[in-house]
Design a binder for this molecule. Structure first.
Ligand code: HEM
Length: 411
């Protein structure tokens, strides 16, 4: 396998396996139920029907709420009395102590160090030296065919390849890196395999981190290995490892899903696709509308550390809150016909990248990758359209969403 040949070449086909495991087959949508829930309450307590066991007291009772409206979601994410530490229980096992599960003040100082690798200057360099050449090389592999499954052959492997290049991985390690990456992000489907992949990645990364401490290369790993805080502090090996592992689900999976959803929206609305092709100034609003309309990740979690009022509902200390980014992004008090994909709608911030202290650290990278992918696809694949020979195509999934495949043709 070469760097640009998609993800074939490993002993299993990781994409097929991943897609099957994620149950990405049906065209079910969570949005009708979310609309009903949102109409009934901005934030609502879930009622559990746990049968009482004779002779036992009531279970201590987890209190679980779901925030549905834009205001409720924004309030929870912006309030310091909601903690992210609950992620440690499941995700901590796989990623280590990552930024996602940190609260203040630890979160702020760690984020400050990590952010040193995500400067505007780095973004410009990555765009010209990594992202654009990479997507061109990937398109070279299938451009002569006149047709492809865009998800499998471009949009899925692209962000994993970007991360591999940003970290500065040697080419010959890429097939194994891809396989471990897919196994790692399958944490909700096979926890043991995911933990094993995480350990293997950890050992592999650790060697590289040690080699790069004190180096002056521009790659992400060297920058993180040498990042210095205001009091001269450095990131430890474990802190760098946790971040690099998190990059796969946080940076690669979300971006493949969001760019695939955006392409699905555009290809299903050819007049909007044409408008965008003819007017690149529309890229930013098209990219934001894609993430508003079909965010790749619909739910995140928080736990109340005190009694808090959220839109008139009292959420008690210790309660968990499911924060429905999907429901909030379809709030009809903020957007007319929220279920429609419309790159021309009035621009208002969406909440697909979350909000508050944990708001996505990689959003500028995600936007840049998507913009470059669109530009190069439009340039290299003229008259790109859905394959008319293929039946109905759709977006799938209830928690993570993306089209399982996107069959397209061009001239
Ligand atoms: C369209 C693509 C993306 C979407 C929709 C997205 C969405 C999100 C969301 C919702 C969160 C908040 C999670 C929570 O608080 O529970 C988050 C955090 C994060 N994202 Fe992204 N993300 C995307 C791309 C990326 C990329 C490309 C990177 C690569 C660097 C990245 C890195 C991170 C990190 C490190 C965090 C944790 C930030 C913190 O805890 O302070 N994301 N993202």
């Amino acid at each position: 396998m070469t760097l640009t040949s998609g993800i074939d070449g490993a002993d299993v086909d990781p994409f097929e396996e991943f897609n099957r495991a994620m149950g990405a087959t049906g065209d079910e949508s969570p949005y009708p139920d979310l609309a009903l829930a949102r109409a009934s309450a901005q934030i609502k307590e879930e009622v559990f029907d746990i049968p009482q066991v004779e002779g036992q007291e009531d279970p201590p009772g987890l209190r679980l709420f779901t925030a549905y409206s834009y205001d409720a979601v924004q309030t929870v994410l912006g309030d310091e009395h909601f903690s992210s530490a609950g992620y440690a229980e499941v995700m901590g096992l796989v990623f280590g102590h990552s930024i996602l599960e940190m609260d203040e003040p630890e979160h702020k100082s760690y984020r400050g160090l990590i952010q040193q690798a995500f400067t505007r200057k780095a973004m410009e360099r990555w765009e010209d030296e990594v992202v654009r050449p990479l997507i061109n090389r990937m398109i070279d592999e299938f451009v002569a065919d006149g047709k492809t499954d865009l998800v499998r052959n471009l949009l899925f492997p692209f962000p994993v390849n970007v991360i591999a290049e940003l970290i500065g991985l040697p080419n010959e390690d890429l097939p194994r890196f891809h396989r471990l990456a897919v196994e790692l992000i399958g944490v909700t489907v096979d926890m043991d395999r995911s933990i094993a992949a995480s350990q293997a990645l950890g050992e592999y990364f650790l060697e590289l981190i040690r080699e790069r401490r004190g180096g002056d290369g521009p790659d992400l790993m060297t920058v993180l290995a040498n990042a210095t805080g205001p009091h001269g502090e450095h990131l430890t090996d474990d802190e760098i490892l946790a971040f690099l592992r998190l990059l796969l689900p946080a940076g690669a999976e979300t971006t493949y899903r969001s760019s695939s959803n955006l392409m699905f929206g555009l290809l299903s609305n050819p007049e909007q696709l044409d408008a965008l092709r003819n007017d690149p100034s529309l890229y930013p609003q098209a990219i934001e509308e894609g993430i508003r309309w079909e965010p790749p990740l619909l739910l995140i979690m928080r736990t109340a550390t005190a009694d808090v009022d959220v839109c008139g509902v009292s959420v008690p200390e210790g309660a968990m809150v499911i924060v429905s980014l999907g429901a909030a992004n379809h709030d009809e008090t903020r957007w007319n016909h929220p279920e429609r994909f419309d790159i021309f709608r009035d621009r208002k911030p969406h909440i697909g990248f979350a909000y508050g202290p944990h708001m996505c650290l990689g959003m500028h990278l995600a936007r840049m990758e998507t913009k470059v992918a669109l530009e190069v696809m439009f340039e290299r694949l003229p008259n790109l359209r859905l394959d008319p020979e293929v039946g109905e195509q759709f977006i799938s999934g209830m928690t993570f969403r993306a089209p399982p495949r996107l069959d397209v043709v061009w001239d």
